[in-house]
Design a protein around this ligand. Sequence first.
Ligand code: NAD
Length: 296
Amino acid sequence: MKVGFIGLGHMGGPMCRNIIKGGHQVVVHDLVEEAVQACVGLGATAGGSIGGVAGQVEVVMTSLPMPKDVEAVALGPDGIGEHAPPGTIFVDLSTNSPAMMRRIAAELAPKDIVTLDGPVSGGVAGAEAATIAIMVGGDRAAFDACLPVFESFGENIIHTGELGNGCIAKLCNNMVAFCTMTAAAEGLMLGTAAGIDPGILDQVIRNSSGDSRSHRGLAKSAFARDFAPGFTVDLAYKDLRLALELADELDLPLLLGPPVHSVMRMARGQDQGGENVTAILKVYEAFMGRQVGPVE
Ligand code: NAD
């Protein structure tokens, strides 16, 4: 299949490289030239612009930071809508607002462009290893057509139903993960303040009912004092905002999501927006005046 890929960052870069390794013909574009060249080195073609990609492929995929970036690339001047020929499938792999994906799909449909929302989960390590989950909402026939491409960069590929359901599933998952991570930060902070060795506390939690991927990721960052992204606080803040917006649309009360969103806001206030999401621990460390780790 001839695939276009726009947005070759932390996730898009490795996902795209796996599509190329999977034997598909790939045309790429990013604002960062080194990211483009990393794919060209593996056999991709540089499209040079959004139109240069969208005008010559069967499916065009995006992995972009914010909903406004996806909106601009899909609907903006010189965007996918202006350049993709009828019959093109557009798949957004970003974590986006379901309402925006439905609006983009409605604007592209009259041009005979089918839209799927296909956010991913599994982090940069999963993207590198091609083990990420891909949750795809939208037209079943378009999903089936894209399946060989999805299989080249993911492992658990789930058709989630109608358009927007991919984003809904992803936002729910991430809200659970961030609430769990904040609880993990509180647990490590409480134990450290109470005097237990944080390495021993981690060993206990890993073998007890408090264990989670979120706890493990947080402890790893804390003990190595390594908060390099990965997945940034800014992106997590965006995801949680989208989850809260969804709850607002539905008039649904959420008890844990809103304060965790405020923890992210506090981390951004401490200039940690560009750090890994595990840097939310530093919010607790700042007001407790003590640090968890380093731990050998
Ligand atoms: P990133 O900032 O590392 O990468 C985004 C890339 O898009 C950059 O290379 C940037 O140059 C490019 N870009 C931005 N605007 C562009 C434009 N107009 N035209 C062409 N290229 C453009 O972000 P990321 O961490 O890879 O995240 C991408 C999406 O995936 C986000 O929606 C995020 O929420 C989601 N996600 C990220 C992770 C993760 O672990 N990082 C995991 C799951 C989902």
